[in-house]
Write a protein that binds this ligand. Sequence first.
Ligand code: ADE
Length: 230
Amino acid sequence: MSKIAIMGAMPEEIEPLLAKVENVNRIEYANNSYYEATYKGKELVIAYSKIGKVFSSLTASTLLEKFGCSTLLFSGVAGAINPELKIGDLIIADKLCQHDLDISIFGHAFGYVPEGAVFVESDAGLREVAKAVAHKNKLSIIEGTIATGDQFVASNERKEFISTHFQADALEMEGASVAVICDALNVPFFVLRAISDTANDDAGVDFDEFMIGSAKISANFILDMVESIE
Ligand code: ADE
């Protein structure tokens, strides 16, 4: 049977999953914990990576290469750029980019390095599954661009930069690196985020207040999707 990887960046992003799955078996590998589990007859491997592009790349690679997962779902929180996104709202990434990747001094676009691409697209089939789950549960969900970087954004100036150069709807710190790994290894992936803040001056305070609740909203939605994934 195919194995589905579900990853987050922080403990709070996977704890709601671990509370609901069954037959949990923890495996220690590469300074991290991986949880094999089952849910509604599906085999899962769940892990949180730690924050940022490097740790999330390591965890995504491990889930695919060591644990043999054939689909990867990312669940977590994000800062909103699109003003339609309010705290607790869900966004699914149709494409992702690295907003802090910058060799523009050599005439390249922000987010581009030779032999790479500015945007990596997520799996359209998994996005359709998400839309069907949203419809079934009468939840509204936005599909848009997610920008990733190794920085917690808490300024309108940086938000503007990311909005102007990438037309991104939300930002976070792991999605695009996971996307690059899955794309390179030809594994379908999906990134879901619930909004915890709006990446402005108040972002730190909002994040502390809303992160746990938003992480739960995202995790519960991901588990609803698992049933419909082959
Ligand atoms: N994840 C949630 N909010 C964020 C922010 N403001 N910046 C980066 N990552 C985030």
